[in-house]
Design a binder for this molecule. Structure first.
Ligand code: ZN
Length: 284
């Protein structure tokens, strides 16, 4: 029952965040979460009719209406149900992962779940905006930095001042695991230095300043060595998607893809599979 409630709540949050992402104009008229940017009743962009409540039910409305507007029959972007579904899955899979792999229970499970759900929802919103506009709002990077800071304060208070890498015991080989704060700062420094060097070497053609501004708070959130693997996974996933797009004729070699979503997927890889990945690697 609780899992179903979590999933439905996640769907609703996803519906809201998708509206925020779709209505955001790069901050030109209003900041990300301001009522001016997201206010107003939802309407069909094709015929302009205001939508009724039963047309706004996450996931269900889109499926029942066959992905079309009830009035004019215009197609409704699959991004709506997709964003809702991803958010619903974040709300279910994050606590499930913390429970099964980290073995946390009780209040610790709830607290860890809240931090990671908020972090992944922020990364998801960032991804939706980066895909649509090719920019990452500073406010989101700042939010991520605040989440990372309070997460470190919480971890230190609840679990002690050693680092709490998602790789568990396998993080020891990478050093800096004795101090929570040193590991987090090292993660931020790595993110900043790596993307700073990449931007300098490619003269800004490969990566944008937005990617650098994302790498620093993400590095602080994940700590060392988690940020190293999140970055590596992001490049592997990005290359796979880029090459597939080129093979399918959807993009040329000169085209570029926004990197933010791949960074979010890299962080998700470390969160969900990092421990098993290193465990498998060590045994191999
Ligand atoms: Zn319509």
């Amino acid at each position: 029952m609780l899992w179903i409630v979590l999933f439905l709540f996640g769907l609703a949050i996803g519906s809201f965040l998708n509206v925020v992402a779709v209505r955001y104009d790069g901050g030109e008229t209003a900041p990300l979460f301001s009522p001016r940017a997201i206010g107003g009743r939802s309407h069909c962009p094709h015929c302009g009719r205001t939508l009724r409540w039963f047309e706004l039910v996450p996931l269900a409305s889109w499926i029942l209406q066959g992905g079309r507007c009830r009035s004019c029959g215009a197609g409704v972007s699959a991004q709506y149900p997709f964003a809702e579904l991803v958010s619903g899955l974040i709300f279910v899979l994050v606590p499930w992962r913390i429970m099964t792999v980290a073995g946390a229970g009780g209040a610790l499970l709830v607290d860890l779940s809240v931090f990671w759900i908020v972090a992944f929802e922020a990364l998801f919103l960032m991804s939706l905006i980066d895909i649509r506009l090719g920019i990452i709002p500073d406010g989101l990077n700042l939010s991520l930095a605040l989440i990372a800071f309070f997460f470190a304060v919480f971890l230190g208070g609840a679990l002690g001042l050693a680092n709490h890498s998602l790789f568990g015991i396998y993080a020891a080989a990478f050093g800096l695991q004795g101090s929570l704060w040193l590991s987090r700062i090292a993660g931020a420094v790595f993110g900043g230095a790596f993307f700073g060097a990449l931007i300098a070497m490619t003269r800004g053609k490969g990566m944008g300043l937005g990617d650098l501004k994302l790498a620093i708070p993400l590095g602080f959130l994940l700590g060392w060595p988690d940020i190293l693997f999140a970055t590596g996974a992001a490049f592997v996933i990005g290359a796979a998607v880029g090459l597939t797009a080129i093979a399918l004729g959807r993009r040329t070699m000169k085209g570029s893809l926004p990197f933010g979503p791949f960074f979010a997927l890299g962080a998700a890889f470390v969160f969900f599979f990092g421990y098993q990945f290193l465990q498998w690697y060590v045994r191999f």
